[in-house]
Design a protein around this ligand. Structure first.
Ligand code: ATP
Length: 313
């Protein structure tokens, strides 16, 4: 059955990017100037923002997306696909003259190496004025989530609107980029993987002890909670009140780990929007991500709520 966006207010609002991923598979990567005959080609919707919106919607959250999408070429198709997942897209600013974000990905079937060219397109044009247009949607939410694939002043404005209405803010600080002080000041939950945590803190993050020290340094910069994802090792959840808690990942046979972080963040946001305690919301994200990595694909691998264990329903 195809889902359609309902008229209920969204409890989770995602401010972020949407892309079309164009993926070719060939025996190896071509050398500069070389043409290779490929084995397969797949186009699939992506972008951290859209991925996290789909993850939360599949887990049962009412989700709205705030973004800027160029509707030339694949843009309209991307928005329609998000709507078909039940995500509200009415607060998305559209631009008929612009191109959406596109990722051109070459995957070598022998060895799995890849090369990617990412063209941000309309994702780079999201402005604070666009976000202002979505004020009512943002302020009616329980949780607002963003990543760093759209401009930080737009995210900071969304978070300021959210905080003024008592809405919880989650920043997934990926990809690894310096975060503006203004944005960090509005961030209640900072979520990032161990590499991003080390870079942001300017500290090593190879061992669990080092990750913990980096997370504590990040906590001192203002967020109430810092969540560091550790792949198959799980999550380190840190807060000033509760200290650091290591939550191990479910043991699964990993088939494709791309998008694990996005599935996790979608699950965390869903749990928090339902009023769950921090560690329980983290467990929901982990359970969803564990199922996602056991299947191929990114959005296609994200589970529905009914697939999770009974205590997470
Ligand atoms: P990506 O960039 O590939 O989306 P990421 O680096 O942002 O991933 P990870 O730390 O790899 O994020 O994964 C997020 C969460 O997903 C982990 O904290 C864990 O709970 C779950 N996860 C990831 N890989 C595995 C795995 N192999 N087995 C079980 N759970 C996993």
């Amino acid at each position: 059955m195809t889902a359609t966006a309902s008229s209920k207010p969204a409890s989770v609002v995602v401010v972020g990017s949407i892309n079309m991923d164009m993926v070719s598979h060939s025996p190896r990567l071509p050398a500069p100037g070389e043409t290779l005959v490929g084995e397969a080609f797949v186009m699939a919707p992506g972008g951290k923002g859209a991925n996290q919106a789909v993850a939360a919607a599949r887990l049962g959250a009412e989700v709205a997306f705030v973004s800027r999408v160029g509707t030339r070429q694949h843009g309209a198709e991307l928005l329609a696909a998000l709507g078909a997942e039940g995500v509200h897209t009415a607060a998305v600013a559209t631009d008929a003259t612009a191109l959406p974000g596109i990722a051109v990905i070459m995957v070598a079937s022998q060895g799995g190496e890849n090369s990617i060219v990412y063209v941000p397109g309309s994702n780079a044009q999201l402005s604070a004025a666009d976000v202002e247009q979505a004020k009512a949607v943002l302020q009616a939410a329980r949780v607002v989530v963003a990543q760093l694939e759209v401009p930080q002043p737009a995210i900071a404005h969304a978070f300021a609107l959210a905080r003024a209405a008592g809405v919880t803010t989650i920043l997934n600080a990926a990809p690894a980029l310096p975060v503006n002080a203004e944005l960090l000041a509005q961030t209640q939950w900072l979520v990032l993987n161990e590499t991003e945590a080390g870079q942001m803190a300017g500290m090593p993050s190879a061992s669990l002890e080092q990750v913990r020290a980096a997370a504590e340094a990040l906590l001192a910069r203002g967020p109430g909670q810092v969540v560091v994802t550790l792949g198959a090792q799980g999550v380190l959840l840190c807060s000033a009140q509760q200290g650091a808690q290591h939550l191990p990942a479910q043991r699964v046979t990993a088939v494709d780990t791309v998008g694990a972080g996005d599935t996790f963040v979608g699950g965390l946001a869903t749990g928090l929007a339902e009023g769950w305690a921090p560690a329980d919301a983290v467990r929901l994200g982990q359970a969803a991500a564990a199922l996602a990595v056991s299947r191929a694909g990114v959005q296609t691998a994200m589970p529905r709520r009914a697939e999770l264990a009974a205590e997470l329903q």
